[in-house]
Design a protein around this ligand. Sequence first.
Ligand code: ADP
Ligand code: MG
Length: 358
Amino acid sequence: MEFDLIHRHFKLPFEGLSRANSRTVVEGIGDDCATFRMSPDHLMYTSTDTLVEGVHFFAEDAPEHIGWKSLACNLSDLAASGAEPLGFMLNLSLPRISESWLSGFSSGLLQLASRFNCPLLGGDTTSAGANSAITISITVFGQAPLAHHGFHRSHACVGDEVWVSGLPGLARLGLLLEYHARNQLAACCDRGDLQTFPVLLSRLSGSLQLEALQALRQPVPQLQWGGRLQGVANACIDLSDGLGGDLSHITQASSLSAVLSVPALKSLWLEKWPDLPTLPDANLLLDSLVRISLQGGDDFQLCWTAPAHSLDAIILHSDQAHCIGHLQHGEGIWLDTPGQSPARWVNQSYDHFRGVES
Ligand code: ADP
Ligand code: MG
């Protein structure tokens, strides 16, 4: 039963991808161990992430999206380290066997794995016991040349510029839409925002709603930046808990402070929503969107710091990256609005153990 299931949903569908990567995958699914080959003079990078039903995804979410997202968050860690994918292991703990769920999950997983050429090497499948939650744990393996020294959170420097890819906060906008549709907005935002967020959500165009939901359901790991940023960025992190909280990891590890430009954060949204300034409550909405950018999670975009002289190289390569601030001596994250004194940002990004007794 268990072997049939692994064969049908994982070994068979992923076989083509393994064959296409036969130089890397020496032994895939089916034996006690998987064996894979790395390129000479490379270091291995590995990362693992777990998704729990009811915590990281809704039970009723499309299994295709759950499959996609469980690999996306792992590939995003490779992207933030400047590594390229070699393959991944999949551990599934299931309360029940649903053929349609497994087939949807596997096809979403395969879609993303194929896009980034990341074969499935093996895994483990266990029963979680009825009434428990589905748990999906993926471990990804990647590599980068020895000459790439990695991007370390503690390697950011005074004067570095702070850059982001994409639009941080877009996935959180999607999450707010999901909770709003369930009449549960209070479960995922502060009381203060309960006044403004429903107004904001009602103003979104249909296409922006779709984009936000897409960013939440099928985030695209920013692997193309890995190579580009080698030798340019000092520190890099992927945005999984929110820009403010994640950037705090860099500033704390490097004992520095970040000054973020509020107009730069606003212009990220204005690029996506050009007619926003024509709305009567535009300023209020923009302020809400900046808060969403700082608090939002699950974007899987990258945030990096790089010396000012590297700016040209980055702009040359993409219109998908923006400078939003800089680093200086001190501590904390500061929001800089012209004509006002900088305001310290207070960390409210997602903490799994907030409210849990130790
Ligand atoms: P073992 O008893 O050695 O742990 P298993 O019976 O758990 O082996 O698994 C048999 C084979 O199927 C192994 O190669 C394992 O890597 C693979 N496998 C098990 N579960 C999964 C999964 N969810 N995805 C991919 N491969 C899996
Ligand atoms: Mg096993």
